[in-house]
Design a protein around this ligand. Structure first.
Ligand code: NI
Length: 254
């Protein structure tokens, strides 16, 4: 069954129909979901969701745009949440230079601290990197991220950057963007990345694939992503679903 490696079902846009939506995933071929914390509140909500649904697992961490809320006390709380039996990763964490705030130095500091936490609790990381390819790689190398292991979520860089992450043995989260007509660079990168390094993801509620671009996204749209990868790789959609499920199980130890 489909393994959804990155969704934010704690987001308020799901408040009206969360139960109904999550309840119909299995019947639509979605077997497992990793819900990703992007803030302290999101991380707490993630652990709660994982407790409510057998097929949901969690990642706890703070997105680079939200790191100004972090302090020693909150890092300690993240460490406690990492001990929950259904928390399987730390993140999302990383660098996002799309907006001027928070300052780069602040983002870098909390990225390094969260990487160190993952190393201590021995969980893989979920990396968010936008318009920050070189700094992300520099910090990951300096902090031995290759030994920690993890996935670069919503991978959106070119083949050359993919090669650098492959050298660190990372996985690549591929989502709705792969179905966009203007995603030429990403399509080349996906042709280049070996199948045993690819995970399916949505980043729900964001980044819905064609033909639902612009709408609220959910894991129900993952067959479109699997189909786009299948076409690029010259294999069947079923093979993409099966291989990416195995990859995710291996990475997250589920
Ligand atoms: Ni996300």
């Amino acid at each position: 069954m489909i393994f959804e490696s990155h969704a934010h079902y704690d987001d308020e846009v799901f408040d009206a129909d969360r139960e109904e939506l999550l309840g119909c995933l299995a019947a639509n071929g979605i077997g497992t979901v990793i819900n990703i914390g992007a803030s302290m509140a999101g991380s707490e909500a993630t652990v709660k969701l994982a407790g409510q649904y057998s097929f949901i697992y969690g990642a706890v961490g703070v997105h680079p745009s939200e790191v100004e809320e972090l302090n020693e006390e909150k890092m300690e709380r993240l460490r406690v949440l990492c001990g929950h039996e259904k928390v399987v990763a730390v993140g999302e964490m990383g660098l996002d230079y799309h907006y001027p705030e928070p300052a780069k130095a602040v983002q870098k500091e909390w990225f390094e601290r969260q990487l160190a936490l993952a190393g201590e609790v021995k969980l893989p990381v979920i990396i968010h990197s936008r318009e920050a390819a070189k700094d992300t790689l520099d910090i990951m190398r300096a902090n031995h991220a290759g030994e920690i292991g993890g996935v670069v979520h919503c991978f959106s860089y070119a083949k050359e950057t993919a090669r650098e992450y492959l050298e660190m043995n990372y996985y690549f989260g591929i989502g709705g963007v792969i179905t966009f007509h203007n995603a030429k660079k990403l399509k080349e990168a996906v042709q280049y990345i070996p199948m045993d390094r690819i995970l399916l993801e949505t980043d729900s509620p964001y980044l819905a694939p064609q033909p639902h671009r612009g709408e609220r996204n959910s894991s129900l749209n993952l067959p479109y992503v699997a189909e786009a990868i299948a076409e690029l790789k010259g294999i069947s959609q079923e093979d993409v679903i099966e291989i990416t499920e195995q990859n995710a199980r291996k990475l997250f130890g589920i």
